[in-house]
Design a protein around this ligand. Structure first.
Ligand code: ATP
Ligand code: MG
Length: 366
């Protein structure tokens, strides 16, 4: 039982005992002073009176005690519960109540804070979903409007030469490709976001992985007149735990951006990949000398649908999903990612992964 309630009950009991003692002390002296015949009835009367007074006193004390320690806190709790049922999670019970009531208040507070948190999360999810739908509608509407326009042009006979017809059909084809890419990206994003795409983690030798990447991507970049520089400062034995397919997707997305946002007016367009050793971890830097990102935007480029071209009308821009996918993949691998950039000078994406160490990690990875 709680200490304060125990102390109060003890105080009540002591008062009752004291009163009883007074009564029993008074009775013999009273009896001796009266005549023998009148004594019994007077004595009974006095004892009854004292008992009635005593009972009254106990009832009053009990009433106030119950009101202060039980009824009031329960009424307060009831009011607080009513607030919760009405969806108001801001009614706190922060009183300094102790004992059982204090514990009930504490449980109420825990429940209230948890409900408040989940209600806030729910609002945030709803907001993100609304944003998602509005962005998808916008990004799908743009190519659909263009396709509609070109098809109408063909129907109305505006494309009256074979060259024009060819141009119209190519544009329609490119726009449908854009839509296809957007839908694929969104499907993938929701897949990893809701954990419907499971990762297939393995031990990966970092130098082998990037060696293959560079070989594959180098030719594509060369065809686009972009020079690829690869420097590796980690040992050939450096291993990380990763899903190579998803890691490749992340690296490709970063390189795609380097190409897409390249400043073609520069004498030499280049992308550099650097692997750096940092004791327990490895750092991968992918840097371009493209148009760069304004300081106010750098912190936001990993947000879903963020584009520095906020009007979303640039022919060059994508849908702003690429880097959010990269961030999700890196973080699901236990890594960190951030960007540094200078306008008109270039952008560098930094990724850090923990090295695999057979002594500290599970040996079930192959
Ligand atoms: N290397 C870069 N140089 C300059 N700006 C960049 C670079 N990488 C990203 N950005 C800016 O960050 C924004 C978000 O990039 P992200 O890859 O997420 O989307 P996106 O390239 O617009 O579209 P998506 O990749 O989905 O096709 C881009 O729109 C661009 O404005
Ligand atoms: Mg991109």
């Amino acid at each position: 039982m709680d200490y304060t309630i125990f102390m109060k009950s003890r105080a009540c009991l002591s008062t009752i005992l004291a009163l009883l003692l007074v009564v029993f002390a008074a009775v013999p002296s009273y009896a001796s002073s009266e005549t023998a015949s009148a004594a019994p009835s007077a004595l009974i009367g006095t004892i009854s009176l004292v008992f009635i007074l005593l009972l009254l006193f106990i009832a009053i004390v009990l009433f106030f005690w119950l009101r202060r320690n039980i009824f009031r806190p329960i009424t307060k709790l009831n009011m607080a519960m009513l607030c919760i049922t009405e969806g108001n999670f801001n009614h706190a019970l922060e009183e300094d109540a102790k004992g059982e009531i204090g514990e009930i208040y504490q449980s109420y507070e825990d429940m209230r804070l948890r409900l408040k948190e989940s209600a806030e999360d729910q609002i945030e999810v709803e907001k993100t979903n609304r944003e998602l739908i509005s962005n998808i509608s916008h990004d799908l509407k743009t190519p659909i409007t263009a396709i509609k326009g070109y098809v109408e042009g063909i129907i109305d006979g505006v494309a009256d030469t074979p060259e024009k017809m060819d141009r119209y059909i190519r544009t329609i084809y490119n726009k449908t490709n854009d839509m296809d890419k957007l839908i694929n990206e969104l499907t993938f994003y929701t897949g990893i976001d809701t954990k419907r795409i499971p990762y297939n983690f393995h031990k990966i030798k970092l130098t082998d992985f990037f060696g293959d990447c560079v070989e594959e991507v180098g030719l594509e970049l060369e065809a686009k007149n972009i020079h690829l520089d690869y420097s590796c400062f980690v040992s050939a034995e450096t291993v990380i735990i990763a899903d190579s397919e998803q890691l490749r997707r992340a690296v490709n997305n970063i390189i795609d951006n380097g190409v897409k946002y390249m400043d073609r007016s520069k004498e030499e367009c280049k992308i550099e990949i650097r692997l750096l050793d940092e004791a327990d971890s490895v750092k991968i830097e992918i840097e371009d000398n493209g148009r760069g990102i304004a300081a106010k935007d750098v912190g936001q480029i990993f947000e879903r649908f963020f584009r520095t071209d906020s009007s979303r009308n640039s022919a060059r821009g994508g849908s702003g999903i690429g880097l959010s996918v990269v961030k999700k993949i890196v973080e699901d691998h236990g890594g960190y990612i951030w960007a540094s950039s200078r306008e008109n000078e270039g952008t560098c994406i930094h990724v850090v992964f923990r090295k695999y160490s057979p002594t500290t990690e599970d040996s079930h990875f192959v």
